[in-house]
Design a protein around this ligand. Sequence first.
Ligand SMILES: Cc1ncc(COP(=O)(O)O)c(C=O)c1O
Length: 392
Amino acid sequence: MKYDFDQVFSRRGSNSFKWDAGAADLLPMWVADMDFAIAKPIQEAIIHRAEHPVFGYSLPPAEYFEAPMGWLQRRHGWKTEKSWYSHCPGIVPALHIFAKAFFQPGEKVLMQMPVYYPFFGAAKKNNVPIVENELIYKDGRYEIDFANFEAKAKDPLVKVFYLCSPHNPGGRMWTKEELQKMGDICTDNGVLIISDEIHCDLVFKNHGKKHIPMAAISEKIAQNTITAIAPSKTFNLAGLQTSFLIISNPEIKAKYDKFMDSLGIMRPNAFGIQASMAAFNEGDEWLEQALDYLEGNLEFLRQYLAKHLPGIKIMEPDATYLIWMDFRELQVDSKVFHDALLEEGKVWLDEGYIFGPCGQGFERINIACPQALLEEGLNRMKSGLKKAGIIK
Ligand SMILES: Cc1ncc(COP(=O)(O)O)c(C=O)c1O
């Protein structure tokens, strides 16, 4: 069927974190969920389950893990086994769980800044010291500082590397060579890799790049990697809190499962089970159309900025619908332009510096919305910057 991604839904009053957390006159373009209706097969699966009026404890059926297995094989050419899968109620919860389960006091986590802020939030809240390898901004994209990465991985107290692949923010997809290099350095130095691949399906088509799972690089790396995936980002199901960890190393998996058991977190919820199976089994058609629509929004953004806001550049993304906008040419303090957007323009983006100090001068915008809303957000940006005297 043909989906209508132009349809604007009022999400206010739907207990939406994005739409109900801020003032009613703010247009939210920060939290990473989509303002699109979900795929029909997913909605039907949820309705079908809701029609059964009993909601006792859930037990995922035998086919539950077969859905992501089929998806990963079909879409990414990665063959996984059922015994490698564990449930987690979200990737952010999983980052916190790892911080609790995989470190002794004083042991450290490595990550590459700027990065999705719960990476370091999870570490900080659990008193895990953070070792930063700052990404190098070069020719409008991020590159890995491998010399520094290796030096830091060699610190005997660095035990885990949180990898964001594709990267948020910036939408960079790491190449096979980069993944291999990071994977080998970590594995050779006893650093466990947590590979957050939640954005792996949201790859812009026109550049022809393909997502490569870190654990698919080599068996040696697979044995040292926990991969996190979910239907939530791909299919806009974040409110259902259903995600997967894929761990082929039985010892590491047992450690995670034991820790989850100690927390009493065991099974996914009734709607998450149905939605996840429908998404991974029947969601291809919707996703293809969503990706085309996102590509159109990205082009709209490029053209709008070139015409109306030439001082703002974007980091050309390979993947994700979260676009990293570079305000540095405006030569204004980050807080000043963020406040202008928020208070004068009434548009809410994520401040770049919350992704780490090297995010100063940037803002992150979510373009997974009907194009009319994107245009409204950009108009608000322009008028906010004008009102604040930052642009003419
Ligand atoms: C890299 C990354 N990981 C995890 C999440 C959130 O995961 P979850 O909703 O499963 O907690 C996001 C959401 O934006 C993200 O960008």
